[in-house]
Design a protein around this ligand. Structure first.
Ligand code: FES
Length: 104
């Protein structure tokens, strides 16, 4: 059961417990942190997050479709990921991330 350290758009970092096997987007959507308009189909980019750089090797790099979609974002950084494409595991206990600013 990983505990996540999330910085929402509104400010201060909070700790949130998540279930292994959930996607990161599901956790964030439930909290109202992201809209996730496409429901996790890697088609909207409204679940965009910035992963703390020290966690990128655990979380991994975005896939081809995800990279393409992130390419349209003004908020894209080297540590950008779409949270619907991240399946939480016990190895992600302590995962630290910030919600990217809303676009459009
Ligand atoms: S929820 Fe639409 S791309 Fe992640």
């Amino acid at each position: 059961m990983p505990t996540l350290k999330i910085t929402p758009r509104s400010g201060d970092q909070i700790s949130v417990e998540a279930a292994t096997g959930q996607t990161l987007m599901e956790v964030l959507r439930e909290r109202g942190d992201v809209e996730a308009l496409c429901g996790g189909q890697c088609a909207c980019a409204t679940c965009h997050v910035h992963i703390d750089a020290t966690w990128m090797s655990i979380v991994g790099e975005p896939g081809e479709t995800e990279t393409e979609l992130l390419g349209f974002s003004m908020e894209k950084q080297q540590n950008s990921r779409l949270s619907c494409q991240i399946h939480l595991s016990d190895a992600m206990d302590g995962l630290t991330l910030a919600i990217a600013a809303a676009e459009g």
